[in-house]
Every structure is written in structure tokens, then in C-alpha cells.
Ligand binder design. Sequence first.
Ligand SMILES: C[S@@+](CC[C@H](N)C(=O)[O-])C[C@H]1O[C@@H](n2cnc3c(N)ncnc32)[C@H](O)[C@@H]1O
Length: 259
Amino acid sequence: MANLNYYHESGLSAAFYDVVSNAYPFRGDIDFYAALAGPAGASVLELGCGTGRIVIALAERGYGVFGVDLAPAMIQRAAMKCERLPPEVGRRIALMQGDMTRVALDRRFDAVIIPFYGYAHLADPAARARALAVVAEHLRPGGQAAIHLPAPAMLRRPLGDEELSGPYNAAGDQVRIRVVERTFDEATSRFRQVMDYTLIDAAGTVTRQSREDLVYHAAGRDEIAGSADRCGLTLSRTLADFDGSETGREIIHVFTRRD
Ligand SMILES: C[S@@+](CC[C@H](N)C(=O)[O-])C[C@H]1O[C@@H](n2cnc3c(N)ncnc32)[C@H](O)[C@@H]1O
């Protein structure tokens, strides 16, 4: 049987996305995006908002945030989390299921962000150029945008013994997440990671399993800078981590919208 695509409704990766994202080593992305947008009260469009990790954190700090995600299983989780927020926070958030290469909201934001590898899901240069055009169309002149990508060293790292566990529910059930295969094809710049999700009940019995493919496509700086320039965005800086360090396993491209 073929593996499920990551974030598919019948899999487990969407349900346990927060367990995986909490374990990621980079820190400080929310502070970074807040600084990019300006003072509290500024507006942010997040493309590929997932389960609302950043949408909610920015709204709690006073930003108005519009989150868009392609995967129904992800945006539904974001919506469920938003329902539990205090009303004054919840009313700063809007969510929509949609494709970052096609979104047309007919409004502009102080900042547009594509965090945590969302842009790396786009498979070809034409789709990536369309997403940058969407960024430009929704950014006010002088506003800033950021795209966070995995660095090549991250994509090429060999598979180790990679396993993560987390609580599933209050009854003591656990989820176990294991990376079982990882490849990076240099010719096509395609990264594929196969992940096994296993639910285990309090007695230690496996109750559900799902094998899912996470695929990323690496895009070079020249391609991104060129596509950005053609739609009115200037690639102003590229960072290796959110703390501004010169080396790291992340790539953060920052753009400014020309008038
Ligand atoms: C790794 S998650 C990041 C979620 C969130 N931004 C965060 O930082 O926690 C990447 C997200 O991009 C979404 N995505 C992938 N392709 C997309 C597209 N074409 N349009 C909108 N969202 C997309 C996926 O569904 C997924 O939720």
C-alpha cells in the first residue's frame, strides 16, 4: 500500500504536528515575525499556517493575523484551537483553507510570512514564482515578507536513530513517531522522508499505525531572488537562523515590497 502524503486527513501527521514542531531545534521564529510586522496591531498574512502555532502566538501579542493552509486536516486543527482562545484574541484571527499559489484576498498586510518550510512543499519553479507573486500582491509597499526554508545540510543529513514520543490523551495513550527513511536526490533537489506514526494505549498495545511521506523541494537563492524581483519584491537579506547567526541549519529569506 502506498504511503500517505504528509498532513493527509486519514493519517496521523496532522494530529501530531504540534508534537513534531515543538521538538524542532530552531527557536525565536515568532519574535522574528513579530519584529518583521512592526508594533502590535500590525497585520500579518501567514501562508501555510498549519495548526495555528504562529497565528495564535501573534494574535496573543496583539497582531491581526490571517492564516491560509492547503491541508483541511491542518486548518481544521487551527480552527479548533482558535475556538478555545479568549474572545479578544480569537477576533484578531481569520483562517481560510486555500493554496498559497492562488490566494487572492483583495487586501494588503504589513507582513507576509511563509514559515517552517511551507514554501518547500512547492514542487516546481513556476509554482514557487506564483507563491511569491501572491506574497507581493498581499504586501503593502514598504512591508516585509519572510520565507523560512531548510538549509541543504539539513536535507542531506544521514538518517540516524530518530524517534519522538508524546502524549496522545489524558488516558495515558502515547504517540510514537519514527523516521524510517530519508533521501535527497541531488539531480532534482527533492527530499523525501518516510515517517511512521504509531498510537500505543496505556497498556502498551498498538492501536493505530500510519506511514507518511514528507517531501520538500529545495530552491536556490538565485531562483528565489529572480522570481521575487519580477513581482516587485527585493530580497533584502538571508539569515542562517532566527537569532541572526551566520551559520545554522535554516535559511530565512527576507523581502521588501517596492512601491
Ligand atoms: C511544516 S508546516 C508549517 C505550519 C506553520 N506555519 C508552523 O510554522 O507551524 C507547512 C504547512 O504548509 C502547508 N502547505 C503546503 N503546501 C501549501 C500550499 N500550496 N498552500 C498553502 N499551504 C500549504 C501544509 O499543509 C502545512 O500545514
